[in-house]
Design a protein around this ligand. Structure first.
Ligand code: UT7
Length: 334
């Protein structure tokens, strides 16, 4: 993709929020046939965060948004648009973007939710970029937020240990400098994985009934091994493709920012790109798989730790339900 808009979109501020409640692997050891050792070696996860049951996804999205506004030093009234990527909206409608806009006082913005599972943030960012590149909007907030604890069957050891709750956000603004900001995107969707990872109940196919609840159809269903194999190939291929397309050598890449589903998938992607783990953003050990929040929360944490410099090339890459997968090349501008 080479865009034709008059501007580049750049990330002008970042923010993140994770709930206070830490759920260590030992929590699952206490009631499931699992061990801290299995979870750590098979996934890379040591602990994750859970919201309280009565706190919705917007609780985290609001806080991530407020951090972005504070760091950028602007008021919510300056926002033109709010896009929230999530598979765990507060409600099917109104969009969680409406709830967040109201809570932070974004009186002049429009907004909507976007659903692409673990590729949500990449697809959302690709969408948000368009509004900015063409010059129509000047301040677009994109938030990845998911409360996965409400979709995980806590009696299923295959799934519940993998997920956590979190939110993170980017503010996008236009620049006339075409050498910085979001440089390129490669996005894909195909239905080959639609039977391997899904939530069957609650939508128009299987509206909620006592039966859908009894059959646990409102929880995440995942064939872990099938998705794992597809993710290893999909993430590695698309990251390598982005490097080849832009003639980037491993030393030209400051960071790979991969979706955090499994440390072994992350390692395989880094190996294929020829970059060491010192060049890979990782926070799966602390938070597990937070779906839409994994990629922006890594960037936000690394940025505030002083680990990203202006001019750094970042390759953001995701893979998830559908399948959906994508990669974005970003030259850091702040
Ligand atoms: O973000 C969305 C996209 N998702 C992904 O990209 C990743 C999805 N998949 C995975 O991360 C991995 O496939 C898992 C972590 C879910 C599983 O790892 P695996 O290496 O694929 O293990 P496996 O499926 O081969 O399972 C090995 C064994 C099984 O036992 P049997 O059938 O060999 O007796 C599982 O029942 O490990 C068992 N197992 C567990 N054992 C202890 C599964 N979960 C657990 C557990 N504790 N929590």
């Amino acid at each position: 993709m080479s865009h034709k808009g008059p501007y580049n979109a750049y990330v002008s501020a970042v923010g993140h929020y994770f709930p206070d409640k830490v759920i260590p692997n030992s929590y699952y050891e206490s009631y499931l046939d699992t061990t801290d050792e299995w979870i750590k070696t098979r996934t890379g996860i040591s602990e994750r965060r859970f919201l309280e049951p009565n706190q919705p996804t917007s609780f985290m999205a609001i806080r991530a948004a407020q951090m972005v506004l504070e760091k950028r030093g602007i008021s919510a009234e300056e926002l033109d648009a709010i896009i929230i990527t999530t598979v765990t909206p507060d409600m099917f409608y109104p969009a969680t973007a409406v709830i967040v806009a109201d809570a932070i006082g974004a009186k002049n913005a429009f907004g909507f939710d976007l659903s692409a599972a673990c590729s949500g943030f990449i697809f959302g960012l690709a969408t948000a970029i368009q509004f900015v590149q063409c010059g129509t909007y000047k301040k677009v907030l994109i938030i990845g937020a998911d409360k996965m604890s409400c979709l995980a069957d806590m009696s299923d050891r295959n799934n519940c240990v993998l997920f956590g709750d979190g939110a993170a956000a980017f503010l996008l603004e236009p620049t006339e400098d075409k050498t910085i900001g979001i440089i390129d995107q490669i996005l894909h969707v195909d239905g080959s994985g639609k039977d391997s990872l899904y939530q069957l109940g609650g939508g128009s196919l299987n509206p909620p009934t006592h039966e859908t609840v009894d059959k646990k159809m409102h929880y995440i269903y995942q064939e872990g091994k099938t998705v794992f194999k597809a993710a290893v190939k999909g993430m590695a291929d698309i990251s390598a493709e982005m490097m080849e397309k832009h003639n980037l050598k491993p030393e030209d890449v400051a960071y790979l920012v991969p979706h955090q589903a499994n440390m072994r998938i992350i390692q395989a992607t880094a190996d294929r790109m020829g970059v060491g783990l010192d060049k890979v953003m990782i926070n799966i050990n602390k938070y597990g798989n937070t779906t839409s929040a994994t990629i922006p929360s890594c960037v936000s944490e690394y940025y505030y730790d002083g680990k990203i410099k202006k001019g750094d090339n970042l390759i953001l890459t995701s893979f998830g339900a559908g399948y959906t997968w994508g990669s974005i090349l970003l030259k850091w501008a702040i």
